[in-house]
Design a protein around this ligand. Structure first.
Ligand code: ZN
Length: 315
């Protein structure tokens, strides 16, 4: 059963060091051998924009990470860069579909820049990381507000271009503004249920329902602090999150977005993407049916991407 994962920070983790992803990287999580061992067939790679990087530093970061993605990842013969809905399907064995996202596009002067990012092959965008920027307030902002006028315009632009709008990292008021001003299915690329783990980065039951009502997907993340408030998470906490979400919003609204290479520690029993078969096995033992597991593993992301991404015939 192949896996789609909607968030990793491999591009940020690479930094200035050229990394050969075809060789196992013992001090990192993401490399092709371990992605293939985990049967990961579609991996989203995030360009992360640090909050201290104001316009010019930020442009440097984006150009650097885009260049890394293009030359260190998308150029590998095993990798196919996904830009259209037609490309979203089960990859053949030994091949990886790669989607490029931006985590926290805000300070880049969007919405003017969004068209450029789209042309550069970006197909998933979140407005803000944890801070406040020109578009929205993030989950770490004290006394947060919602979207700015530019943020509302950005939401419209992201949807009209055919990019996935990622709601992870939004403050609660920003989230509800996105619900108000957006129309298409939304993705939480790496967030869990706040009811089980009361962290500001997790989503309330009402927010989870709002995503599911729109045909969106919530990708369960493996950051230990988002699984257990004491951070002492294990594989069982991932199972508990999935089971909770299944009861609340149904198996057709659940996916995975582990945040590999973006976290310092991982839950006990999970050491990287190669743990996915073990996670699916644990979910099966928890009573989740085969067809539901297929949906969670890749089917729900496929449905969302096919609906949101542009058709190559239109380009
Ligand atoms: Zn993140």
């Amino acid at each position: 059963m192949w896996i789609s994962d909607t968030h990793c920070d491999a591009l940020t983790r690479m930094g200035d060091q050229p990394v050969d992803l075809r060789v196992e990287q013992p001090d990192r999580h993401i490399d092709l051998p371990r992605l293939f061992a985990g049967q990961v067939g579609l991996q989203t790679f995030a360009m992360w924009v640090p909050q201290h990087a104001k316009p010019f530093g930020l442009r440097d970061v984006l150009v650097h990470e885009w260049t890394l993605f293009k030359h260190a990842i998308a150029s590998l013969p095993e990798v196919e860069w996904v830009r259209s809905r037609e490309q979203v399907r089960e990859p053949s064995r030994g091949h990886l579909l790669a989607l490029l996202s931006i985590e926290g596009v805000g300070s880049a002067g969007a919405p003017e820049w969004l068209e450029l990012f789209f042309e550069a092959g970006v197909r998933m965008v979140s407005l803000v990381w944890n801070e406040r920027n020109e578009l929205a307030d993030g989950a770490g902002q004290p006394h947060p507000g919602g979207l700015t006028e530019a943020g509302i315009a950005a939401v419209e632009k992201i949807e009209s271009l055919g990019m996935v709008l990622d709601v992870s990292h939004l403050s609660d008021p920003s989230f509800w503004d996105v619900i108000r001003f957006s129309h298409r299915p939304l993705l939480a690329s790496h967030s869990n249920a706040r009811r089980l783990c009361p962290h500001r980065r997790n989503l309330s039951d009402e927010a989870l329902r709002a995503i599911a009502d729109r045909g969106g997907v919530v990708s369960v993340t493996m950051e230990p602090d988002f699984l257990r408030i004491d951070g002492q998470a294990s594989l069982q906490d991932i199972v508990d999150q999935v089971c909770y979400l299944r009861n609340l919003i149904g198996s057709e609204a659940i996916g995975f977005g582990a945040d590999f290479d973006g976290v310092d520690t991982l839950p006990q029993g999970v050491q990287g993407p190669d743990a996915y078969p073990r996670i699916l096995q644990a979910l099966q033992q928890a009573g989740i049916a085969e067809n539901e597991l297929e949906a969670m593993a890749h089917g729900n992301h496929e449905r969302l991407l096919r609906e949101v991404l542009p058709s190559e015939n239109v380009a």
